[in-house]
Design a protein around this ligand. Structure first.
Ligand code: IPM
Ligand code: MG
Length: 354
């Protein structure tokens, strides 16, 4: 097949990790007889430096014309002084909104080879952990009205959701649960927030259409606790943008390293935005030591969800697993007795096993 993929390396370690994912995807194309055309564009700080804004209309249009978009990471100290409306992160948020990718899939599984990196007690992770965190991505307090008093001494951020936004996200959650273990946990703060009460009512209504799915409702504070006490109880977890941001970092810590975690953001078409969930890691940028596996695994999700290439997606996942089995580790996941490798070398190792 032929596919057009826009790449957005972004800032700091972004270009290093994207180069590895592109290398692996090119190997997949060669091996399975596909043609992937890569169109590299700027996002975040890189776009501010070149064009004065974190996302240009032209870049957004290119993303919306592509089959899929692969992003590295944005932001960092270089742009900390930039006014809030033009910060690098604004570019990412505008991209998510502009591509209407409202459903962010953040899978959490523990690679058995990295079980030692999980901070939880062995008896807690003895039962298999396979959680799909489904985070709403284009609403909530991220996109509500903001206000700051003239004397700068008071501020407000508005949390807003409509039933339509909740329903379309929850529906994807129910559909996923049907294909997995038929369990769905909806996370909110309905004991305090009106948005959360709307969220819960909407999920409750929709659940009637999925009688086979066992639904539970959890307050976010309890969910944060349950995730570390008994992570194996979760299958699909659906939640709003802010709670999902927080819980997915917690789940990444459970998995052993933020550097390993891929994500997919989807809307109502197959076009998706794929990115590792970690940030731009300014402290290690330019030293070729970043972990590219989260980005490489995001490439696998891209093949699966946007291009329908399941076999090829599995080939990437198996290659990553093989490299870990052979004991290769970047610094963030390294432990005694393992072979430490850099970012480029890790990319080469994975590509060679496709
Ligand atoms: C994430 C990040 C972003 C978010 C930042 C960079 C805006 O933390 O993708 O989880 O909050 O969504
Ligand atoms: Mg985050």
């Amino acid at each position: 097949m032929q596919a057009n993929i826009v790449t957005l390396p972004g800032d700091y370690i972004g270009p290093e990790i994207i180069a590895q994912a592109v290398k692996v995807l090119e190997k997949v194309a060669e091996k399975y007889g596909h043609t992937f055309r890569f169109d590299e564009r700027r996002l975040g700080g890189a776009s501010i430096d070149a064009f004065g804004v974190p996302l240009t209309d032209e870049t957004l249009a290119a993303c919306n014309a592509a089959d899929a978009v692969l992003m590295g990471s944005v932001g960092g100290p270089k742009w900390d002084g930039v006014e809030p409306a033009r910060r690098p992160e604004k570019g990412l948020l505008a991209l998510r909104k502009g591509m209407q990718v409202f459903a962010n899939l953040r899978p959490c599984t523990i690679h058995p080879q990295l079980a030692g990196a999980c901070p939880l007690r062995p008896d807690i992770i003895a039962e298999p952990i396979d959680i799909m965190i489904l985070r709403e991505l284009t609403g909530d307090i991220y996109f509500g009205k903001r206000w700051r008093s003239e004397d700068r001494s008071a501020a407000t951020d508005e949390m807003a959701y409509s039933a339509m936004e909740v329903e379309r996200l929850a529906r994807i959650g129910f559909e996923m649960a049907m294909k997995r273990n038929k369990k769905l946990c909806s996370v909110d703060k309905a004991n305090v927030l009106e948005c959360s009460r709307l969220w819960r009512e909407t999920v409750q209504k929709l659940s009637a259409e999925y009688p086979e799915v066992e639904v539970t409702y959890m307050y976010v504070d309890n969910a944060a606790m349950q995730l570390i006490l008994r992570p194996s109880q979760f299958d699909v977890m659906i939640t709003g943008n802010l709670f999902g941001d927080i819980l997915s970092d917690e789940s990444a810590a459970i998995a052993g390293s933020l550097g390993m975690m891929p994500s997919a953001s989807l809307g109502s078409t197959t076009r998706g935005l794929y990115e590792p969930i970690h940030g731009s890691a300014p402290d290690i940028a330019g030293r070729d030591i970043a972990n590219p596996l989260g980005t490489i695994l995001s490439g696998a999700l891209l093949l699966r969800h946007s291009l329908g290439l399941e076999q090829e997606a599995k080939a990437i996942e198996a290659a990553v697993s093989a490299v870990l089995d052979e004991g290769y580790r970047t610094g963030d996941i390294w432990s005694e007795g393992m072979t430490k490798v850099g970012c480029t070398q890790m990319g080469d190792l994975v590509a060679a096993r496709i």
